[in-house]
Write a protein that binds this ligand. Structure first.
Ligand code: HEC
Length: 394
């Protein structure tokens, strides 16, 4: 069971990666764009000037595309249902479906080298099962919370604790890179499930009530609105987890889960800044706090890298040098201590990678660089990582 569930050929998996990623990013842009737009709209509504239509709760004038738009919001529905209504749901569903397919191609089918933590003997199929199971758990926990608690002052702190728990748990279970993505997938699942199980049904009910001549119950609509606002705050955190795969210094940092929670909080905070701004309350100090927090996290990560990498003993370092030379690292990399000057990959003296990054790269490879997980033992990988980290930069 060790070697992947179904092995895709490299070319097939690369093309699936390209195609699915393209689709995923486009769908996510459309979804997040609508989320930004509707939250902006709701925050910007002003009481209508013309009060002849009692159902209109607010309106906004917009200028775009060579003309003016007048948008009016009815709470809950106009007296007579319109013939044509636009729905916003396929952006969300497509984002989730393409995201899940990407997880499958990039992580689940290669779970032993991508999902499982380096050196961990968790069975790949079990890792995949846990990962998928956690998507479901995330939704159930979130949904129950929202049903029990409506006070935002309680709900948000609990949500933040749950996200932190997800981040910490994922970092204990999965490889550093997969861990952040797992958290992103859990949040993304919650967001898409909000649309499927809550927001869209609430709107269907609104229409059904009108059609049956009942007065629509505003409660499901209020719930749905709350959840779409929560989705709005989750957009920037979730995007962060999707991009972080390119930044080993972040997902490979010590206590990376804390870094993740910190950065996510910055993202949600920035959303709050904008949402208040659209209501006409611009607090520049909030933007400054966000920027300072971002820099503070960057500084903290940099420091922790300096202090906590345990010094490796001389024997390990000597063994690591041996591995570097015999495994052929020198065929692609410059490293003065090993006397290599190749330029296929980054100059390691210039890059000065941490041991964690070397270990990650050697184990999993990246782009042109092959993975050595199958050819080198864990001990050899640790040794070469300790060696490169100790001599690079010299
Ligand atoms: C076939 C060429 C090749 C071989 C062999 C190779 N690498 Fe690499 N390596 C690369 C390339 C190319 C990259 C850049 C990958 C990327 O970021 O897309 C890289 C990236 C790295 C990085 C990350 C550097 C950074 O700052 O991002 C480290 C560390 C590294 N390699 C160490 C090693 C070690 C140690 C070995 C031997 C066990 C090795 N490499 C063998 C080509 C190679």
């Amino acid at each position: 069971m060790g070697a992947g569930l179904i092995a895709l050929s490299d070319a097939l998996s690369d093309w699936l990666d390209l195609g699915l990623r393209w689709l995923h990013v486009i769908a996510a842009m459309a979804w997040i764009g609508t989320s930004f737009y509707f939250v902006l709209l709701d925050q910007s509504l002003r009481p209508p000037k013309d009060r002849s239509d009692a159902g209109v709760a607010g309106e906004l004038w917009e200028v775009h595309g060579g003309g003016f738009y007048q948008v009016q919001k009815y709470v809950t529905a106009p007296a007579r249902l319109p013939d044509h209504v636009a729905w916003f749901k396929w952006e969300a569903y497509t984002t989730w479906l393409s995201g899940f397919a990407l997880m499958l191609v990039l992580y689940y089918l290669e779970a032993s080298s991508t999902l499982v933590r380096p050196g961990d003997d968790l069975e790949p199929w079990l890792a995949v099962t846990i990962s998928i199971g956690l998507l479901v758990v995330a939704w159930i926990a979130y949904d129950v919370l929202n049903r029990l608690v409506s006070d935002a002052r309680v709900l948000w702190p609990v949500l933040i604790v749950l996200v932190a728990l997800a981040a910490w748990g994922s970092s204990e279970l999965f490889s550093p890179r997969a861990a952040w993505l797992q958290v992103g997938a859990m949040i993304g699942t919650v967001m898409a499930a909000n649309v499927l199980f809550d927001i869209i049904p609430a709107h269907r009910e609104l229409i059904r009530a009108k059609e049956e001549g009942r007065e629509p119950d505003p409660e499901p609509g209020i719930q749905a609105k709350q959840r779409s606002v929560q989705n709005n705050y989750l957009t920037l955190p979730v995007l962060l987890t999707m991009l972080v795969g390119h930044f080993p210094f972040a997902y490979g940092a010590d206590r990376a889960w804390l870094v993740l929670v910190g950065l996510m909080a910055v993202g949600a905070w920035v959303r709050l800044f904008y949402n208040l701004r659209h209501q006409g309350r611009t607090h520049w100090w909030m933007a400054i706090v966000g920027a300072v927090a971002f820099v503070a996290i960057a500084v903290a990560v940099d420091r922790s890298g300096d202090t906590t990498s345990a010094p490796a003993d001389a024997a390990t370092i000597a063994q690591g040098r041996q591995v570097f030379v015999t495994a052929g690292c020198g065929a692609c990399h410059t490293l003065a201590d090993a006397g290599s000057t190749a330029v296929v990959g980054p100059d390691l003296d210039a890059a000065g990678p941490s041991a964690a990054l070397v270990e990650q790269r050697v184990r999993n490879g990246q782009g042109v660089m092959p993975a050595f997980a199958r050819t080198l033992s864990d001990e050899q990988i640790d040794a070469v990582a300790a060696y490169v980290a100790s001599v690079a930069g010299g």
